[in-house]
Design a protein. Sequence first.
Lengths: 112, 113
Amino acid sequence: NAGVTQTPKFRILKIGQSMTLQCTQDMNHNYMYWYRQDPGMGLKLIYYSVGAGITDKGEVPNGYNVSRSTTEDFPLRLELAAPSQTSVYFCASSRQGTGELFFGEGSRLTVL
Amino acid sequence: AQSVTQLDSQVPVFEEAPVELRCNYSSSVSVYLFWYVQYPNQGLQLLLKYLSGSTLVESINGFEAEFNKSQTSFHLRKPSVHISDTAEYFCAVSSGGYNKLIFGAGTRLAVHP
């Protein structure tokens, strides 16, 4: 059982470039999330989805976009990379009513 | 708005000593509370959770946390730590449904031999 899989694990971008962080889960979970983790700041919610075709903003959505065309996949798009987006990004999924999130191993992004 | 405060950014402790990691939350509604653990270069894993019922909850590896509504706290304790408990620990509170979580800043537990 793979759980939540994120790719790539590491990426270096130049300012202004675009990229997509991929996330897929094989647990048939309705809910999926993208968080970013910065040192001493904990995790901040970027976007979340409660099912295919339904997405909503979290605490820090600016500079990001998401889509949810299938239950399994929840990609995160950065359109114009900025140094402030240097962070570790975590995708997570959850089943309705349980309160427990299952996290991927993270994607470390550096914008230079 | 809900928030979570972890009172210690780092906690050094010797092996086999007891430890307490402190967490306070603010919320105007009923809450669900969680502790997650993050080992180096890994994602977060659920350690334990309080949803309802008994205010004392336990994990399979000897940690426990007590929900204290009057003090709005959910401190994490272990009577005797091991080297393998070295990790970062995050307290979290549910926010606005859909299992969305607000996380504290984290406490880095360093267990020394």
